[in-house]
Design a protein around this ligand. Structure first.
Ligand SMILES: [Zn+2]
Ligand SMILES: [Zn+2]
Length: 130
C-alpha cells in the first residue's frame, strides 16, 4: 500500500508557473498543493553547476548573492514524466527538479511540521514512506 501512497504523492496532476507572481504551483495526485517562490526554487537547483559534482562544491555552495534575473522564472518544461526544468532570467536551464524532490521540499505549514517531527537520523526522506 505504501507504494501507491508514494506514487500519488509524487505525481503532479497540475503544474502552473505564474511568471507575474514569481511562483510555481504543483497540485499532486493525492490532493496536496505545493507552492514555490521562484527565489526558493532557484536555490534548490540540483544541476551539476549549482550543486557541484565529483566531490567539488557547486556554485550555490559558495553562497552567491542571486540577482533578480537569476531568480526570475521565465519558463518551465516537463522532463519526461519525472521532473521539470525551469528556465531562469539569466538563461540557466540545466536544473532538472525531480517531482520527488519538489514534494519532499514542500514548504507548506503541514509539510514543514511533518519534516520537523521526523525522527532524527531518518535519512530515507527522499526514498519515500518509512
Ligand atoms: Zn543549476
Ligand atoms: Zn506540503
Amino acid at each position: 500500500m505504501t507504494a501507491d501512497v508514494d506514487a500519488s504523492s509524487t505525481t503532479p496532476t497540475r503544474i502552473h508557473a505564474d511568471r507575474a507572481a514569481g511562483t510555481l504551483e504543483l497540485e499532486w495526485q493525492d490532493g496536496h498543493l505545493t507552492t514555490y517562490i521562484a527565489h526558493d526554487l532557484r536555490w534548490l537547483c540540483p544541476c551539476a553547476f549549482c550543486r557541484g559534482e565529483a566531490g567539488l562544491p557547486g556554485w550555490l555552495d559558495t553562497s552567491p548573492t542571486l540577482t533578480s534575473e537569476q531568480t526570475r522564472l521565465v519558463d518551465v518544461h516537463l522532463v519526461g514524466s519525472y521532473a521539470i526544468a525551469p528556465t531562469w532570467g539569466d538563461g540557466h536551464h540545466t536544473g532538472y527538479y525531480p517531482f520527488r524532490l519538489l514534494r519532499d521540499r514542500c514548504s507548506c505549514p503541514e509539510c514543514t511540521i511533518r519534516r520537523a517531527g521526523r525522527p532524527t537520523g531518518s535519512r530515507n526522506a527522499m526514498e519515500g514512506s518509512p
